[in-house]
Design a protein around this ligand. Structure first.
Ligand code: GLY
Length: 355
């Protein structure tokens, strides 16, 4: 945090080819480093860390006006959302509400979904990616905060339409589903960051697991619980899931076992499993899987202190087909790792999984 604080507006992203890579707030990962600092602060209550958490959170504020992509939830809820939770700072509420309104502009009732991306217009009309499930948490918060049920309706409609169109009979999910903007008809089902249109991209499966767990927390609708349990079943019974529960970047990658892992998919899943364990009859099993992931990461995937610019975990894979961020530290792996550790600690102390 100290090194980055002097770099106006920059936020850490990854460590690649021997160098740290940062971004400005526009990159979808901009909220994760502020979120990492909030989690570190939550654990230790160090006032210096609080100062940095506020500083880096402020760097993301302008994203509250973002209406050209769906990542507003990631960007603002991990930064301002955690900040609000831990400090009660009223000014953070305005940022989150404005952000939720911006995100809601991307919902089209005819399609029943928030549109994820505006890029590649020659390829897709109305692309929706499974990752989008992660942006619903901001909308659920906004519904509670503002009393405006529109946010809630958008979130559940998006979750329902995704459930209908994104999943295969075995509960694995496609990455991108493209829709007809006017009729809402499915035009195609593809991948962008996975191995093949028909494959199970590891992080996508984890986003789905986490997303439907949040949907159950927020609505108590049992169909979301069942969906999360079915996704967990798919992930952890996959024939290509390694013993240590750190998946390859895609469960169907052709060169397994000589394919890069994706630690980020494991951290997202571990965090989700801790929460899912508090809702499900299979609680013991889910906690055991999450604990095994945490143990493996702690034993074998931590970056050596003083190397790789302060990142915590190695071996995440961001975009294998794009040839970038392969087997490297990535900021969101660290974010969900810390979130999982805090959830684990709370459960072990007999406290609610979320504070
Ligand atoms: N949401 C983009 C990714 O998971 O890489």
């Amino acid at each position: 945090a100290e090194k980055y604080s002097a770099r106006e507006g920059r936020l850490p992203r990854t460590w690649e080819n021997g160098e740290d890579v940062s971004s400005d707030s526009r990159w979808w990962c901009s909220g994760f480093f502020p979120g990492v600092l909030w989690y570190v602060y939550e654990n230790g209550r160090n006032p210096r860390v609080l100062e940095y958490a506020r500083m880096f959170t402020a760097r993301v504020e302008r994203e509250k006006h973002t209406t050209d992509n769906h990542d507003v939830g990631f960007m603002l809820y991990c930064s301002f959302g955690n900040g609000l939770r831990l400090t009660g700072d009223k000014s953070y509420e305005e940022v989150l509400l404005t952000g939720a309104r911006s995100l809601a502009t991307r919902f089209k009732p005819e399609v029943g979904l928030i549109r994820s991306w505006d890029h590649n217009r020659d390829k897709w009309q109305y692309p929706v990616i499974i990752d989008n499930m992660m942006n619903l948490e901001l909308l659920f918060w906004a519904a509670r905060e503002s009393g405006d049920s529109t946010f809630y309706k958008i979130a559940v409609t998006h979750a329902d339409t995704t459930m209908k169109n994104h999943f295969r009979p075995d509960y694995s999910s496609f990455h991108v589903v493209d829709y007809d903007t006017l009729s809402g008809k499915v035009l195609g089902r593809q991948t962008h960051q996975g191995y093949a249109d028909s494959s199970a991209w590891a992080r996508g499966q984890a986003w789905g697991l986490y997303g439907y767990t949040v949907c159950y927390r927020e609505t108590k609708d049992p169909k979301y619980l069942a969906q999360a349990e079915n996704i967990a079943g798919l992930i952890f019974s996959n024939k290509n899931m390694p013993e240590d529960l750190i998946p390859y970047w895609d469960y169907d990658a052709p060169g397994i076992p000589d394919e890069p892992r994706d630690v980020s998919a494991a951290t997202v899943a571990a965090s989700a499993l801790y929460e899912l364990s508090t809702f499900s009859a299979d609680s013991v099993k889910y906690r055991a899987w999450a604990d095994r992931i945490i143990d493996t990461l702690s034993a074998n995937y931590l970056v050596l202190p003083g190397t790789m610019h302060g990142f915590l975990l190695r071996s995440s894979t961001g975009h294998k087909p794009g040839g970038t961020e392969i087997d490297v530290p990535i900021v969101y792996a660290d974010y969900y790792f810390l979130e999982a550790l805090l959830r684990k600690q709370r459960l072990e102390r007999g406290k609610p999984v979320n504070r």
